[in-house]
Design a protein around this ligand. Structure first.
Ligand code: HEM
Length: 179
């Protein structure tokens, strides 16, 4: 995964739980990078899994909740760093529908080694969007956090229903309804 995923995660951990916690989870995890990340570097996906798992152990916050919180925190970072992807976009649905055919397409041009999910989108009605998430990294909780933060950005209220299409979480159907 790209380094920005790690540096922002560790910034969030430091802000919420202090530097000692950052130090502790890095020390306890078996990280090929030794916990030294740069925004543009690329690191093994298993490193973020280990760090989140260690944080969960210390905080008693379940891993899925931590990934959602992290997604909520991460969206504004992406929005600032890549504000041109948001220019002219008027709604959360418009933004989410552009990830697969535009945003992540541009991301992979910038970083050919980025590991991105695949989304299948379908409008079930004007106020209901189905997004099926596919990724062997199984980060649907992170996706949900990003989605929620995206709707907040546009001041929109939604209900998000989830259904695992694969038991291991590698395919997840999101049904998003504007309320
Ligand atoms: C400005 C908007 C966005 C930008 C620039 C962006 C870019 C990125 C980047 C750089 C990564 C890391 C890739 C890697 O580590 O190799 C990533 C991962 C990811 N993105 Fe986006 N993204 C954006 C919006 C979104 C939104 C709104 C969603 C919500 C559905 C989303 C879903 C994901 C997920 C779930 C991952 C984790 C990788 C995986 O599950 O396989 N992205 N994105």
């Amino acid at each position: 995964m790209k380094g920005i995923v790690f540096t922002e995660f560790l910034n969030l951990v430091e802000a919420k739980f202090g530097y000692e916690m950052v130090d502790q989870i890095i020390t306890e995890s078996n990280l090929p990078s030794k916990g030294i990340y740069t925004n543009i570097g690329t690191y093994e996906h298993s490193e973020i899994v280990q760090l989140v798992t260690a944080l969960s152990k210390h905080t008693n916050i379940p891993v899925p909740d931590l990934l959602k919180i992290y997604g909520i925190h991460f969206f504004p970072i992406l929005g600032n760093g890549y504000s041109h992807f948001l220019t002219g976009v008027k709604s959360g649905f418009e933004l989410l529908e552009s990830i697969e055919h535009y945003i992540h397409v541009e991301v992979i041009k910038l970083y050919p080694d980025a590991e991105l999910p695949r989304f299948e989108n379908r409008r079930l009605s004007p106020n209901c969007l189905e997004m099926i998430y596919h990724s062997k990294r199984k980060m649907a909780d992170f996706a949900e956090g990003l989605m929620r933060s995206a709707f907040d950005h546009f001041g929109e209220k939604v209900e998000i229903e989830r259904e695992n299409l694969e038991a291991d979480g590698s395919s997840v159907r999101f049904t998003i309804t504007q309320i």
